[in-house]
Write a protein that binds this ligand. Structure first.
Ligand SMILES: NC(=O)c1ccc[n+]([C@@H]2O[C@H](COP(=O)([O-])OP(=O)(O)OC[C@H]3O[C@@H](n4cnc5c(N)ncnc54)[C@H](O)[C@@H]3O)[C@@H](O)[C@H]2O)c1
Ligand SMILES: O=P(O)(O)OC[C@H](O)CO
Length: 352
């Protein structure tokens, strides 16, 4: 059944998902930059964020938040495709806009961002809960996560993702909107676990980029991925997530993709740090968000607060914070005391 969908955020991921959804649904892509949206409309291509991909003719564009909301109405799907840092201001603007006709505000809001908000240390859905708190028209919230490079999705290549929410109606709306045409959507009720996996894998992808950039070999990369999964699981469990979530698409799946795939922006940051490039230059030249850069220190703070050991994350935070060189951080990791290997799935009564 055809649905009305608005995707807010015209970066790589928002544009790719809009390409996918517009093949079957009425989709509006919203961006805050009027000049960029004009280019999308006139050239039929997102030259800045997704060059080389022809946008579907049926895809609509807008810079008006109220038009994007009106398109969705109460019964469609509203998708937030901005980075974590942009979520709070966007949600505040949505709430303000929604006051005008609360009965028409979308019932289902799906978030795509992967990371923790700096300062508040909140996950994306928690930021939204905070903004919408106390509002009579508080929407049902969900996240979409898993191994998914925007460029491949935009080209229609196969992809499997996890939609997580406590609200069954939201999951059904997401499946209706996105499942099919090369995209498989799996459902999960573990919103927190899905978001923790998506946030921390970005930090570990930076570690793998550093290791590969320093030519430490495939063995080292496999070790970082496996021990990285143990770090994700430890933090997630301490925060209340389910262990099995980390063995799924949004955990192991996305970790493997981002740590090994050449399209990963986070991995690219690590490779360039290993080459000795200063972080501010890397970020300026990347032209896209690499969420791991902004989330690493917060993950480390959460690890300390929950008293879980996350040595790889600590090493990445040290390198990003300029406290250690990439080579020094790696030496430090190798010099750690020997310890028993505990499976990321854990053992009864033992923390992984
Ligand atoms: N690119 C991918 O392959 C991919 C896949 C899955 C998830 N994600 C996640 O999706 C989120 C967005 O990533 P992306 O790849 O689209 O990033 P991007 O850097 O390609 O684009 C970001 C977009 O968000 C816009 N933006 C930033 N702050 C904003 C704000 N305050 N209000 C409105 N718009 C704002 C920018 O103008 C830009 O259009 C990130 O959290 C990322 O981790 C990305
Ligand atoms: O390019 P990255 O490193 O931001 O990763 C993109 C997606 O999150 C991969 O699933």
């Amino acid at each position: 059944m055809r649905m009305n969908i608005s995707i807010l955020g015209a970066g790589a991921w928002g544009t790719a998902l809009a390409c996918h959804a517009a093949r079957r649904h009425a989709v509006q892509l919203w961006g805050r930059d009027a000049a960029q949206i004009r280019t999308l409309r006139t050239r039929g291509e997102n030259t800045r964020y997704l060059p080389g991909v022809a946008l579907p003719e049926a895809l609509g564009f807008t810079t008006e938040l109220n038009a994007a909301l009106a398109h969705v109405g109460a019964g469609g799907l509203l998708v937030l495709a901005v980075p974590v840092a942009g979520l709070r201001p966007l949600a505040q603007a949505l709430r303000a806009q929604g006051q005008e006709a609360p009965q028409d505000f979308p019932r289902h809001v799906l978030v795509l961002a992967k990371g923790f908000e700096q300062g508040s240390r909140l996950l994306p859905h928690q930021v939204l809960e905070q903004v919408f708190e106390g509002w009579a028209r508080q929407p049902a919230l969900g996240v979409l996560s898993g191994p998914s490079f925007a460029l491949e999705v935009a080209r229609g290549l196969p992809v499997a993702l996890t939609a997580a929410s406590a609200d069954e109606g939201l999951i059904q709306a997401t499946v209706r909107a996105l499942h099919g045409g090369g995209m498989r959507i799996y459902a999960s009720a573990d919103l927190l676990g899905v978001e923790v996996g998506g946030a921390v894998k970005n930090v570990l992808a930076i570690a793998c980029g550093v290791s590969d950039g320093l030519e430490q070999g495939h063995n080292a990369r496999a070790a970082l991925i496996t021990r990285g999964l143990a770090e994700i699981s430890r933090l997630g469990l301490a925060m209340g997530a389910r262990t099995e979530t980390f063995m799924g698409l949004s955990g192991l799946g996305d970790l493997v993709l981002t740590c090994t795939g050449e399209l990963s922006r986070n991995r690219r940051v690590g490779l360039q740090l290993a080459a000795g490039k200063p972080l501010d230059r890397i970020v300026a030249e990347l032209g896209h968000v690499a969420e791991g850069v902004y989330t690493a220190q917060t993950v480390l703070e959460l690890a300390l607060a929950h008293q879980v050991d996350m040595p790889i994350t600590a090493a990445v935070a040290d390198v990003l914070g300029g406290r250690r060189s990439p080579a020094e951080a790696l030496r430090n990791l190798l010099a750690r005391e020997p310890q028993p290997e505990v499976s990321p799935l854990g053992e009864p009564g033992v923390q992984p």
